[in-house]
Design a protein around this ligand. Structure first.
Ligand SMILES: C[S@@+](CC[C@H](N)C(=O)[O-])C[C@H]1O[C@@H](n2cnc3c(N)ncnc32)[C@H](O)[C@@H]1O
Length: 181
């Protein structure tokens, strides 16, 4: 499993327990973890997911393409709308581009959808790369927040042929609220 934007490490810790001793979780963040995750199957390093060399390292630390890519990354806000928007768009674009190298065919993606208007077009493009996709609001999201996540399953790598139809999946946990696309 890959965890993009993993600091401070809560998802890493849960993911490490979920994949168990035979699985591996590799995280990347601009910030180093404040404390190491005490699980032998979890590794995190300092890097920028918009940099190809850092993505290359992530891929090599994973050893093979991941079955699941988690991305909770969000750029630090500057308060300058145009800058924040450009950073968010660049981040989503980097994740989109990285998927072919990082995610196994048939794999799953959980991606935080950011506020920039570009998030909507990124979401549309991503939906076409998966057999099913839906947007969720996680139970842990605080009231009033617009935070939403795209949960997509059945990844179709670029070489797998034409973008297919996206349709509803059965991936929601029931504890998280689903939004209409
Ligand atoms: C909300 S936090 C992630 C929380 C994490 N899911 C957890 O459970 O602890 C968002 C993280 O995205 C990281 N981030 C933002 N842009 C990034 C980039 N270009 N490359 C790597 N990490 C990035 C930030 O440094 C920040 O730590």
């Amino acid at each position: 499993m890959a965890d993009l934007g993993c600091w401070p490490g809560s998802w890493l810790e849960v993911a490490g327990r979920v994949v168990g001793p035979r699985g591996r979780v590799v995280g990347i963040d601009l910030r180093p973890l404040d404390r190491p995750i005490d699980l032998p199957n979890v590794f995190a390093f300092e890097g920028d997911l918009c940099e190809s060399a850092d993505l290359e390292r992530l891929r090599s630390e994973l050893g093979k393409r991941a079955d699941v890519v988690l991305c909770d990354a969000s750029p630090k806000r500057t308060g300058v709308r145009v800058v924040d928007r450009a950073r968010e768009a660049a981040l989503l674009e980097a994740v989109e581009k990285a998927l072919d190298a990082l995610l196994s065919p048939g794999g799953s993606l959980l991606l935080k959808l950011l506020d920039a208007p570009e998030a909507l077009s990124a979401e549309r493009r991503l939906r076409r790369r998966f057999a099913s996709a839906r947007v969720l609001r996680l139970r842990a999201t605080r009231r009033g927040s617009r935070e939403r996540y795209l949960l997509a399953r059945g990844f179709r790598p670029a070489e797998a042929g034409p973008a297919g139809e996206s349709g509803p999946g059965k991936a929601t946990t029931g504890r998280d609220r689903e939004e209409s696309p």
